[in-house]
Design a protein around this ligand. Structure first.
Ligand SMILES: [Ca+2]
Ligand SMILES: [Ca+2]
Ligand SMILES: [Ca+2]
Length: 461
């Protein structure tokens, strides 16, 4: 909490009282606690010990013109609680209120280019639709709260941080039959307990193209229906995405780097995790049911992902007998270093409802796939894993050196995969693309691969 010095605060307040009495508010700046029914432009900083301004009409714009509205830790900086439409608040700083901006009712509002900070909550919203929150910097323990009947909020291009605790964005509770339909896109969200937390059957939340880093958890759910997490970058979070009672969760096209766990799913969650990259986490994807009540289940599809250089495991499934799902068409390379783990580890079987098929497991510390008691869907291939058996619980065909796509031959397709990774570090000490074992993927590895080609001139078969 920042306070203006007492002297300047009282000078400012009396200056505005005089000015506010002398002229129309659009000329002289607003007055604390007043109901505004026409456009407002700030002409200086304003300190208000209760509410700041109370909106009392539709279609108005409040422009802070770069000035600061500050409070005494109570009230709302801007109170937009009424059936109003199309109110815009922009261009300045709001700080030191209980809530920076409080919306209740109406909709179509725009909040842009504000710095909102040092408030218990930055923005709260109840029973309000189609609000856009764009291009703001919000730093408060509670950033944006979307309550039960808030629908179609667009939160885009903001920077939101929490000082280490609290939640940047909370979506709480059921919306109308069409769902809440909030969009959270292209934000940078960091230093929070949760970047986004979804509670109590909130429905249809899209989280797209955000940078989510240095949070205890990135996205977390506690009862959510329809969560779409797409094309985000999660890095250095305790957990990237933590699903608890999440129905219809889709985790697609994201990049998870250096998190404790990339995606963690427990308790009656059903999730599809596909087309993501998981690199340098402790565990890429973890699924388990840690509740002693065995009726609770998790079901999953984990497909077409890359898991590289995760220090314990690419995919780790616990209490597998109580779960169902498919792990298919993923590539696992260089996982389990230095902690002695595997590409895929399935424990707590037999797990007849867990199917493992068509994965490529290369150069992991222990097994490529350690999954006793699962359904072997066939088509898994392995090479250079530390355990000589390569795989346990499923049959892995061992592919020849240089066969990076695992189709049994060495040809231009394999060379193409190697060259895509040229001048990057190897995924581990037994990375199959690091043919000369110097720790990097280079042109020299390409030359060695060409010598291994199955057909003349590396022709594809
Ligand atoms: Ca193992
Ligand atoms: Ca091949
Ligand atoms: Ca090399």
């Amino acid at each position: 909490m920042r306070h203006l010095p007492t002297l300047s605060r009282s000078v400012l307040a009396s200056a505005f009282l005089v000015a506010g009495a002398a002229a129309a508010e659009s000329q002289a700046g607003p007055v604390c606690g007043s109901v505004v029914t026409a456009d407002v432009e700030f002409t200086g900083d304003l300190h208000c010990d209760g509410d700041g301004l109370i909106v009392g009409a539709s279609g108005i714009t409040i422009d802070l013109k770069g000035f600061t509205l500050s409070g005494g830790d109570t009230g709302a900086g801007f109170d937009v609680e009424g059936p109003y439409q199309d109110v815009t608040i922009r261009n300045g700083s709001v700080q030191g209120f209980r809530v920076g901006i409080s919306f209740g009712g109406g909709g179509g509002h725009l909040v842009e280019n504000l710095e909102i900070r040092d408030s218990s909550r930055g923005i709260s919203m109840d029973n309000t639709s189609d609000v856009e929150i764009r291009g703001n910097r919000i730093s408060s323990p509670g950033g944006i709260e979307l309550e039960d009947d808030a629908i179609r909020t667009r939160i885009v291009d903001n920077e939101i941080s929490c000082g280490g605790i609290g939640s940047a964005i909370e979506a709480i509770g059921e919306g109308p039959p069409g769902g809440n339909q909030h969009l959270i896109s292209r934000n940078r969200i960091h230093d929070c307990g949760y970047a986004v937390v979804i509670w109590n059957d909130a429905i249809d939340i899209e989280i797209v193209e955000n940078e989510i880093f240095d949070n205890r958890r990135g996205v977390g759910t506690f009862q959510a229906i329809g969560v779409d997490v797409r094309d985000n970058h999660f890095r250095d979070n305790g957990t990237g995405v933590a699903l608890d009672q999440a129905a219809r969760a889709t985790i697609q096209g994201n990049h998870f780097t250096s998190n404790g766990t990339g995606v963690d799913m427990v308790y009656e969650s059903d999730a599809e995790v596909f087309g993501n990259r998981f690199e340098h986490n402790a565990v890429g994807v973890s699924a388990g049911d840690f509740d002693p009540d065995a009726s609770k289940e998790v079901s999953f599809f984990i497909g077409d992902n890359l898991f590289a250089s995760n220090s314990w495991a690419g995919v780790a499934v616990d209490s597998a007998a109580e779960l169902g799902g498919t792990i298919a068409r993923n590539e696992f390379r260089g996982n389990g270093f230095p902690r002695g783990g595997d590409g895929i580890l399935v424990e707590g079987g037999p797990a007849p409802d867990v199917r493992v098929s068509a994965n490529r497991v290369f150069g992991n510390f222990d097994y490529g796939i350690e999954a006793p008691g699962v359904e072997d869907g066939g088509g898994n291939v392995a090479k250079d894993n530390g355990n000589p058996a390569q795989c346990l619980g499923v049959v892995c065909q061992v592919v020849p050196p240089g066969d990076l796509d695992g189709d049994g031959d060495v040809d231009r397709a394999d060379l193409g995969l190697l060259m895509e990774r040229r001048n990057t570090p190897a995924s581990g000490p037994r990375d199959p693309a690091d043919l000369d074992r110097d720790g990097r993927i280079t042109a020299n590895d390409g030359r060695q691969l060409v010598l291994l080609c199955t057909r003349s001139r590396c022709a594809t078969g």
